[in-house]
Design a binder for this molecule. Structure first.
Ligand code: UDP
Ligand code: MG
Length: 309
């Protein structure tokens, strides 16, 4: 009997763990010819999430957990889950039921038939989400896809079923700064996305703030594009050409109208401020890349587990 491993990151999800388990058990009837294995990855929850998970482990021998020593973030949780999953097929899912379990059989069928290496889910609507958030999210996908060689699928969730081969490829990417949307795409293979409408959380609340998402998107740019570095060079080039033109203008004016050469200190201030701004921006961009190199070379573990069960 083939096995499907479900990887479920949980961070302060005491209200949703049981609802999730029940919903999956119900749905399992529709793909009962597969054995199920649960991996709840506790990302340093500070509520009673672990109690709920431990109760499930006592009840059902298919339930497992990796519990982190602190909050390492969802990306680390996904990595830990992929590392521990033993199934021929591996699914990644959120615990809040925003990823409809009813899509699992179709995804699994697509991968197990050998036609696809991964079948994921893509939101076609963002109903129930603040308008401004959707707007920024659209902007993010436009920008990153115009800058990055790796195609980031618009609206794609982390929710997906993958083949063992693809999981092993993802695990071979040992980077510390993990941007899963990019990693899933970077490894290649044949991937398909099923469309669905946005679902609301069953319980609990999202742990993503607007700034959290903003920082996450910057991470995406730094990890999967070098275009910002090119931008820095282009800005420098433009400033240099403008300086040459300026020098020429000053020189010619000094010859034609020798008396006016003392004018121009306000414009000087503007030029200094503008160039100072461009320089700080450029240093900031280069600094982001250097800080990521710094984190990579330290080779810190992607997560620290305090319990594996
Ligand atoms: N999550 C996690 N670590 C975190 C934040 C979130 O493991 O630091 C988990 C969370 O428990 C859930 C999934 O990641 O299973 C998605 O989180 P959430 O629903 O808050 O995000 P959203 O759906 O709003 O993007
Ligand atoms: Mg959610």
């Amino acid at each position: 009997m083939a096995k499907l491993s479900l990887i479920v990151p949980v961070f302060n999800e005491q209200d949703t763990v049981n609802l999730f388990y029940d919903a999956i058990e119900e749905e399992h009837k529709n793909f009962a010819d597969y054995e199920l294995e649960y991996w709840f990855i506790d990302d340093g929850s500070s509520d009673n999430t672990m109690d709920a998970v431990e109760k499930l482990i006592e009840k059902d021998s298919h339930v497992h957990t990796v519990s982190f020593s602190r909050n390492f973030g969802k990306e680390s949780a996904l990595y830990a889950g992929l590392e521990h999953a033993t199934g021929e097929y591996v699914a990644v899912m959120d615990v809040d039921l925003q990823d409809p379990p009813s899509m699992l059989p179709e995804m699994l069928a697509g991968v197990s038939s050998g036609e696809w290496d991964a079948v994921g889910a893509r939101r076609t609507s963002r109903e129930g989400e603040p308008v401004i958030r959707s707007w920024f999210s659209n902007l993010f996908y436009k920008l990153i896809n115009s800058m990055s060689d790796t195609h980031i699928v618009e609206g794609a969730r982390d929710f997906r079923v993958m083949s063992r081969q693809m999981v092993d490829a993802i695990l071979s990417m040992q980077e510390y700064n993990r941007f899963s949307k990019g990693i899933f795409s970077w490894v290649g293979f044949k991937q398909k996305y099923l469309d669905y409408k946005n679902q609301d959380r069953v319980a609990g609340k999202t742990s993503w703030s607007f700034w959290g998402l903003f920082r996450y998107s910057i991470e995406g740019f730094i990890d999967f594009s070098r275009a910002p570095l090119l931008l820095v060079s282009v800005l420098g080039g433009i400033a240099f050409v403008l300086a040459l033109i300026g020098a020429l203008v000053v020189f010619i004016r000094a010859i034609l109208y020798p008396d006016t050469s003392v004018f121009g200190w306000p414009s000087m201030v503007v030029i200094i401020l503008a160039l100072g701004g461009v320089q700080l921006l450029s240093i900031g961009i280069v600094g982001r890349y250097i800080s990521n190199i710094y984190l990579e070379v330290k080779k810190r573990p992607i997560y620290v587990a305090k319990k594996v069960k």
